[in-house]
Write a protein that binds this ligand. Structure first.
Ligand SMILES: NC(=O)c1ccc[n+]([C@@H]2O[C@H](COP(=O)([O-])OP(=O)(O)OC[C@H]3O[C@@H](n4cnc5c(N)ncnc54)[C@H](OP(=O)(O)O)[C@@H]3O)[C@@H](O)[C@H]2O)c1
Length: 416
């Protein structure tokens, strides 16, 4: 029985992880959950999973959660009740919870950084969904991993595909688990991308894209931030940086391919030109299950892939003009040091402004570019944690400043 901690249990990754735990009760036990503000879902999860500890990012909500637990009818109330924690320290305590074997990182954004580091320092294995942590703080996270011996299992479907392709080859030993060292025999990584909500829109229509348009993903059901990142292709750009850290290849050897069907989840090219791919329906449960069960494969009753039903698998190179975020991400990855943290924070802030309808869709790359440009003079090549956190905060403020410069009037005329 593997004991798991689920960070961000109320989100898309978190709820799917808990569904897997429920489906395999003989294999997985949920001992810790953390959430942001969604108390209704947290109460439901406490009743279903009976974790030992629950941590809320909003410390002010802990009292309300305690009240709600006490109001449950005695026959439904878990006995013992879970320990309740709040705030940043509470999240870190839950992430390092002693009985947990594996920590699933489903917090969105750089807010996941400190809990992820707490889990690593406690020597936990990680199922990494929260890519922003590795992107913003690769220079901090990788040495911590080497020190603690924690293993980093990729939960992102593309990186899981790459990881799965390398299992059973001599390359697997170093491919797995993120030493940041180059993987022997591995020549190229091909990351597939659905192309997001606007892949078939004429570029001239993108200026009119609304929040509703950008948050309707054609293939995947995910949280709002990553769905917008898919529409800009920043998600793929962030994944390029993630792949660089996980598999140790140079940026020139990591390519993006638009694959509208989202059936081939990514491919590896080996030294002899052989190319291996991993295929499946677009469903995050498969990579999540593999993280949970690795190195075993579990027998599931899930819908099996039917290639005849799929019919066609098509691929094309991404259009750099349509997706400027892609080049911004490659440039930040190549610059290294603090630049990916700035890129990531500027993107998080720009997407939040877009979701609040304070900027246009096409403002997202404009804001990120301006903020990365401003950071050049202060760039640090080998930052410590405090420097990463400092540039993260600076980049968020700088993005809001740039947004006010772009739109001096309080509310820009936005498409509805
Ligand atoms: N969804 C996918 O299919 C998918 C695929 C690959 C990778 N990922 C990655 O997985 C991560 C989670 O994505 P998601 O789509 O699951 O996001 P999501 O649905 O928006 O869920 C985010 C989770 O993080 C919690 N949270 C939000 N702000 C927080 C904060 N400041 N501190 C602590 N917790 C906070 C939320 O809590 P409340 O809701 O309770 O406020 C929720 O539990 C992201 O890094 C994303 O890039 C997701």
């Amino acid at each position: 029985m593997k004991a798991i901690a689920v960070l961000g249990s109320t989100g898309s990754i978190g709820t799917q992880t808990l569904e897997i735990a429920e489906e395999f009760p003989q294999r997985f036990r949920v001992v810790a959950i953390t959430a942001g503000r969604n108390l209704d879902r947290v109460v439901e999860q406490i009743l279903r999973h009976r974790p030992e500890v629950v941590a809320l990012a909003e410390a002010d909500l802990v009292g309300e959660l305690r009240e709600r637990q006490l109001q449950l009818e005695p026959e439904r109330r878990p006995d013992p009740l879970p320990e309740l924690l709040g705030g940043r320290d509470g999240l870190c305590t839950a992430a390092a919870w002693p009985s947990a074997d594996l920590v699933v990182t489903g917090i969105v954004g750089c807010a996941g950084l400190l809990p992820t580091l707490a889990a690593i320092r406690a020597g936990k294995d990680l199922a990494l969904a929260n890519k922003e942590t590795l992107i913003a703080a690769g220079p901090v996270v990788l040495p911590e991993l080497r020190r603690s011996g924690s293993r980093l299992l990729p939960a992102d479907s593309e990186h899981s595909a790459l990881f799965q392709c390398l299992q059973g080859t001599p390359e697997a030993e170093s491919a797995r688990l993120s030493t940041g060292e180059p993987t022997p025999g591995l020549r190229r990584l091909l990351l597939t991308a659905s192309g997001g909500a606007f892949r078939d829109w004429p570029p001239e229509d993108l200026a009119k894209a609304t929040v509703a348009d950008a948050t309707s993903h054609p293939n995947w059901s995910m949280g709002p931030k990553i769905t917008v990142d898919s529409a800009t292709l920043m998600n793929k750009g962030l994944e390029v940086i993630e792949a660089h850290h996980l598999f140790g290849l140079d940026y020139d050897a990591i390519e993006i391919l638009i694959h509208p069907q989202s059936i081939v989840h990514s491919l590896v090219e080996l030294a002899d030109t052989s190319v291996l791919a991993q295929l499946g329906w677009p469903d995050m449960k498969l990579p999540l299950l593999y993280c949970l069960s690795w190195p075993e494969r579990l027998d599931t009753p899930w819908r099996r892939l039917d290639l005849a039903e799929v019919g066609q698998l098509t691929f094309r190179r991404p259009d750099r003009g349509r997706y400027p975020c892609m080049d911004l991400a490659y440039a930040a990855g190549r610059a290294g040091g603090t630049m990916p943290a700035v890129l990531n924070a500027a993107n998080e802030e720009a997407v939040a402004l877009f979701l609040r309808e304070e900027v246009h869709f096409l403002d997202i790359p404009r804001l990120i570019e301006r903020v990365c440009e401003r950071h050049r003079v202060d760039h640090r090549s080998d930052p410590c944690l405090e420097e990463v956190l400092a540039v993260d905060g600076w980049a968020r403020t700088a993005t809001r400043e740039e947004s006010r410069r772009l739109h001096p009037a309080a509310t820009p005329a936005l498409p509805r």
